[in-house]
Design a protein around this ligand. Sequence first.
Ligand SMILES: Cc1cc2nc3c(=O)[nH]c(=O)nc-3n(C[C@H](O)[C@H](O)[C@H](O)COP(=O)(O)OP(=O)(O)OC[C@H]3O[C@@H](n4cnc5c(N)ncnc54)[C@H](O)[C@@H]3O)c2cc1C
Length: 386
Amino acid sequence: MANTLIAGGGIGGLAAALSIAREGNRVTVLERGDRFAELGAGIQLAPNAFRALDLLGVGDRVRDRAVFIDELRFMEGTTGERVTGLPLTGAYRERFGNPYAVVSRGDLYQPLLDACRADGRIELLPGHPVTGYTQTAGKVVVDGFEADCLIGADGIRSAVRAQLVGDGRPRVSGHTIYRSVIPMDRVPAELRWNVVTLWAGPKWHFVHYPIGGGRFLNLAATHDDGAAREVAGEPVARDLVQNRFPGLSATARALLELGDEWRTWVLCDRDPVTTWVDGRVALLGDAAHPMLQYAAQGACTALEDAVVLGRVFPDLDAYAALRRERTAEATRTARWLGEHLYHPAGEAARDRNATLAALSETDLHDHVAWLHAFDLAERIPSDAVR
Ligand SMILES: Cc1cc2nc3c(=O)[nH]c(=O)nc-3n(C[C@H](O)[C@H](O)[C@H](O)COP(=O)(O)OP(=O)(O)OC[C@H]3O[C@@H](n4cnc5c(N)ncnc54)[C@H](O)[C@@H]3O)c2cc1C
């Protein structure tokens, strides 16, 4: 039995705590916030996330609160024409063995938190910002706590990563996102679609989907405006958001105009690195591989990390070796999607539309298969499991 410290009680940190504790270890989660909570709006969960959640024992609780959507719909944002839709029912569910869903962040976080609270091997300590670590023979020491190992799950601006990798501030993408959540009863009945809809325009895109069991609509509009300053969750005026997307076609504009109490972020990520481990310390989730949200996989892959870590624990090198390549590819794919799928203009946008429209349902499923499937048996050779 190993004593483990986890820096950060976000989705990745709590999932890791569950996974490590389920293998018979004691875990202490040090969270800098004064309570364990997940703020923010909606989140998309692909089948790989449900597979991981099931292995963590909370899949059904998340399913209870999820909205199972029918399609990922891609629209030409300036003309309002439908380009394509990736069906998520029938053949998709059969192939991936799980649904694609959208949830409020709290509806993903709460089941993880409840499961941690119910596990006597897990201690949750809010109000404990981690500043760094030292390693002695056989132990790691973190701000007065001593353990056999430390998992840095403290997000994109991780203090553990600052010491372990030392790659400075995150990369500022220059993309500004505006987010709002509104009650569904404000949305005209004919626009209450059970899909994730993305309207793509020149240097911008607008996404919306239902959350909270269908009681709310999550709105997220992104503009590649070259923003250079890191911004996280600042309130922003309604008028400013509406004026930022002048080319938006009528239906999308009607939905954007319903938004209020907008908040803004400037999106950041980091280049993939190969160093995830320093002796008894390893990184997980956004601390290890922060990615733009364009593939909707940051949290999904953090959940996968947690499952793999638990299975090979305490072999941190085996964990990193199993996770580095897949998460680096997801990080690169997210950047590629922003540049080549969501934000092109003119001829490039017309080419994109023609290419997408020509894809069959199976073609579309083939494109996402590597990401949406999480085959644990394939990823963890039996000799790596302790
Ligand atoms: C706009 C947007 C949309 C997204 N949409 C999706 C999506 O649809 N699907 C998806 O899968 N992913 C999505 N993501 C990505 C997802 O939100 C993240 O990948 C995920 O939340 C990472 O979880 P984490 O636990 O690794 O990090 P975080 O959620 O950042 O949690 C880190 C935790 O550590 C704590 N902490 C920080 N520093 C310290 C410290 N020094 N000491 C102790 N505690 C500390 C923080 O308070 C926090 O609780 C999106 C991201 C953004 C920005």
